[in-house]
Structure formats: structure tokens, C-alpha cells
Design a protein around this ligand. Structure first.
Ligand SMILES: NC(=O)c1ccc[n+]([C@@H]2O[C@H](COP(=O)([O-])OP(=O)(O)OC[C@H]3O[C@@H](n4cnc5c(N)ncnc54)[C@H](OP(=O)(O)O)[C@@H]3O)[C@@H](O)[C@H]2O)c1
Length: 430
């Protein structure tokens, strides 16, 4: 007799419809791999009559997705609706409480409620699987949790948002400014009508909070992620980065330091000869550094119907086979809430861009501020020469503490010859 696993799919948008397509296309292959027939028995969406590009006739329909959890004909619930609360959370809580496995692609939900949901899954002896929630088609959850299980992880970082990487790549290739490239990306469907979650770094931060928990065995702590998006990156910054041998990427970085775990999302200057600098367009990449394995790099599509659904189906396969791991690698009661380091304690090199009047003594004044804050300058470049108009002064520092750099920039902003708020981009050595 063939085993059967009955699946309820809540959310029939990009990801949900994609999952149905894979199960339809690869039913036999999946059965051969798992020894189990994967059968979709129930679905839920807002609009029953919408064409999903995939047949749903004959499947039980739920207007209220949370009710699907109670369906005796559903063993595994796929939560593919989205949002950190509301129906997505209600559905997951109710399914886990009823002892049903949950697969989700919802990074917002896991970043905010991940530990609580993991606890619920453990209490009821079921899986809470979420490969699709971080870096879409890249199997990074499996890589960190299973593949690198023999290592202590010192750092995990990556390009976790395809929209931002696409915009930064286009800015570099065309010399265009952020606003124009964003509009083009929206027309091409690479950016949402409301792009704030992506370009302001929140989506990357959700994914980073999950990676941190997996890498360091800490409860998911989204609130301590430092977040800065890409809106303020200018074409001039990108050109200057190129001159110094860098490329600008929005990275999520999680790192063990002697002050605690640093979790930060911000534009980074990375050397052009690094693997991450060469990941362009909508692609994502994650690098995980382990003490025995050294550095490992994973690249692939971080979003879209096929890649995301591929990750969801991989989770269903695990459940069908009976492969089970603690949600974040170790049971919740064994997680240790490590201290989180503040961004002010971050130590690194900085790219700084000042806009000042080119008057005698300006450079000396700037240098004095940096000297007083114990920051040494590696290189300094002045753009243009005009006493009446503002010029750019670009400098790169040696390693310095963030708090000192912030103080220095605030002093410089108060100079009479300062024209605009000084800007800085952190340089990340990889
Ligand atoms: N798209 C990607 O590339 C991607 C990548 C990684 C992770 N994710 C995550 O995957 C999840 C789904 O994303 P998506 O892109 O597939 O979203 P989407 O295309 O907007 O689809 C959302 C689906 O949820 C349904 N829905 C909304 N409210 C509902 C409710 N109250 N009850 C039942 N169904 C409801 C919608 O129904 P209607 O169709 O009837 O309106 C729609 O089918 C999100 O958590 C997202 O962050 C997406």
C-alpha cells in the first residue's frame, strides 16, 4: 500500500500556485523519492473564482484559512499567505497545536514569532519548516542546520533581497540614481508598488534574524537587528566605490564578536574580487563561515514562483520521509539568549563623503576632527575645485569604532563650510 500525505495549501498566489504546479509536474518523482504520494486536498485564498493558472477543482476550499487546520483530510499545512500576524499566524498556531506539520515561506512571521512557534511545534512533536523564507531557492536553512552541523559558525552574511541587489547592480551599470532605477524596477516587476519593506532593509532583516538563530543557537531576535536601507546610496557613492576597488551591496551580516552577536543590515562596500561582490541582479547569495569547514558560499534565485516553491516542496519531502530537525537547529529550551552587540560598538573601516566649500583650512579642520576621535585616514580624495561652489571630499578610514565615526561626522556637519549632512558607508572585509 502506498503511503499518502494530505496537504492543505493556504495562499494561492505566486508561491502557493507554484507549489501546486511542482506537485502536479513531479508527482511520480516525488513519490519515488519519498515513498509517499503527495496529495493536495484543500486550498484557501481570498477569491475562489480567480484563475490560478493551475486546477483547483475538486479540492476543499476554505474562505477562512485558519479553519483548514481542523480539516481531518489535511496532515500538512502550507502557510503561503504572508504577514507577521493575522490569519497567517492564526493558521500556524492552530495547525501546530492540533499536531499538524507546518511549512511556511513567511519570513516576517518567523522573524517576529519564530521562537514561540518553534516551541509550539516541539511541544506537539511536529515540524515547522521554512526553507523558502530565507533566500528563496537557496537551501541555506538545510546548509546551516544540517550541512554545517559539525561547525561553530563565526559569521553568516549575504545578499538576501533581490530587489535591492537588482537596483544596486543597475545603478552601477547605468550610472543612474536610486529613484529612477527604482521606478524602472517597478515597471519591470522587480520591485513592489510599495517597495519600502525591500529598499528600507526590513525584508533582509527578517531573513537575517532567522539566519542568526540558526547560526548561533539564539532565540530569534528581530528587534536587535540594526537596519539601514539603500535609499541614500547615490550614483556618486557607487562611482567612488569603484575607484577604491569596491562595489556597494545591501548585506545582512550576523557575526560573533567579543561584545556579543552583531546583527546588521546596511549598504556595504565589498572588495570587487570577493564572491559576494560578483553576485548581480536579482540573485541572492549567502556566505557562512564555520571553524572547520572555513568559508562556504551559496548563490541562487532568492524569489519568484519556481525557486520559492522548490524550497517549499523540499520541506514537504522532508516531512514525507520523516526527516525532522529542531526548528532552529537546537531545541528551544537549549537556546541561549546571547548578548546582542549594538551598532555603536561595531569596529570597521568607513567610506565617508563630505560636501564642503573648498576654503583654505577645510581639510586641516576635517583631519583634526578625525585625529581627535582617534580615527586614522587611509586615503582622501577631493572632487572639483571651486571656492564658491561645494565640492565633495571622500575619505576612507582605517579601522575605527562606529561611535567615534558618528561623533566625528556630527562635528563636521556643524562646520561653517559644511554644505550637506556627511554620509558614510561601512566597508566590510570579507
Ligand atoms: N513571491 C516570492 O518570491 C516569495 C519569496 C520568498 C518568500 N515569499 C513569502 O511567501 C508568502 C506568499 O508570498 P506570495 O508572493 O505568494 O504572495 P501573493 O502572491 O500575494 O499571494 C498571497 C496569497 O494569499 C492569499 N490570501 C491573502 N489573504 C488571505 C486570507 N485572509 N485567507 C486566505 N488566503 C489569503 C491570497 O489570495 P488571493 O489570491 O485570492 O488574493 C493569495 O493567493 C509570503 O510570506 C512571502 O513573504 C514569497
Amino acid at each position: 500500500m502506498t503511503n499518502k500525505i494530505k496537504i492543505g495549501v493556504a495562499g494561492l498566489g505566486t508561491v502557493g500556485a507554484g507549489v501546486l504546479k511542482i506537485i502536479n509536474a513531479h508527482g511520480e518523482l516525488l513519490q519515488a523519492r519519498t515513498g509517499t504520494r503527495l496529495e493536495v486536498t484543500a486550498v484557501s485564498g481570498r477569491d475562489r473564482n480567480k484563475d490560478r493558472g493551475v486546477p483547483i477543482e475538486g479540492l476543499a476550499w476554505y474562505d477562512n484559512a485558519a479553519d483548514m487546520a481542523k480539516d481531518p483530510d489535511v496532515d500538512v499545512v502550507l502557510e503561503l499567505i504572508g504577514g507577521s500576524d493575522g490569519v497567517a499566524k492564526d493558521l500556524c498556531v492552530s495547525a501546530l497545536t492540533l499536531g499538524k506539520h507546518v511549512v511556511t515561506a513567511n519570513k516576517a512571521l518567523l522573524a517576529i514569532h519564530g521562537t514561540e512557534l518553534a516551541e509550539l511545534a516541539e511541544k506537539h512533536g511536529v515540524s515547522l519548516a521554512y526553507e523558502a523564507a530565507v533566500a528563496g531557492g537557496i537551501p541555506i536553512v538545510k546548509a546551516l542546520r544540517e550541512g554545517l552541523a559539525g561547525n561553530a559558525i563565526s559569521r553568516v552574511y549575504g545578499i538576501l533581497n533581490g530587489t535591492c541587489n537588482y537596483i544596486l547592480t543597475e545603478m552601477e551599470e547605468t550610472g543612474g540614481e536610486f529613484d529612477n532605477i527604482l521606478q524602472d524596477a517597478q515597471k519591470l516587476g522587480y520591485a513592489e508598488a510599495d517597495p519600502s519593506f525591500d529598499v528600507d532593509g526590513v525584508d533582509t532583516a527578517h531573513k537575517l534574524a532567522i539566519l542568526t538563530s540558526l547560526a548561533f543557537g539564539t532565540p530569534v531576535d528581530f528587534n536587535s537587528v540594526y537596519i539601514e536601507g539603500i535609499r541614500d546610496v547615490t550614483a556618486a557613492d557607487i562611482a567612488a566605490a569603484q575607484e577604491f576597488g569596491y562595489r556597494i551591496k545591501l548585506l545582512g551580516v550576523s557575526r560573533r564578536t567579543d561584545k556579543g552577536i552583531e546583527q546588521r543590515v546596511h549598504p556595504c562596500m565589498v572588495r570587487t574580487d570577493t564572491a559576494i561582490a560578483n553576485v548581480s541582479g536579482v540573485f541572492n547569495a549567502v556566505v557562512a563561515d564555520g571553524d572547520f569547514v572555513d568559508s562556504t558560499v551559496y548563490v541562487g534565485r532568492g524569489a519568484g514562483e519556481g525557486p520559492t516553491a522548490s524550497a517549499v516542496v523540499a520541506d514537504i519531502v522532508d516531512i514525507a520521509i520523516g526527516r525532522h530537525s529542531a526548528t532552529f537547529g537546537i531545541p528551544v529550551e537549549e537556546m541561549s539568549p546571547l548578548p546582542m552587540a549594538s551598532i555603536e560598538s561595531h569596529v570597521g573601516c568607513y567610506y565617508v563623503c563630505l560636501t564642503v566649500y573648498d576654503r583654505p583650512g577645510v581639510i586641516a579642520d576635517v583631519s583634526a576632527v578625525f585625529r581627535d576621535e582617534n580615527i586614522s585616514i587611509e586615503s582622501l580624495l577631493q572632487r572639483g575645485r571651486s571656492e564658491s561652489e561645494a565640492v565633495s571630499v571622500i575619505l576612507v578610514t582605517h579601522e575605527a569604532q562606529e561611535a567615534s565615526v558618528v561623533r566625528a561626522l556630527s562635528k563636521i556637519e556643524k562646520f561653517a563650510h559644511s554644505v550637506a549632512t556627511p554620509r558614510m558607508i561601512r566597508i566590510v572585509s570579507l
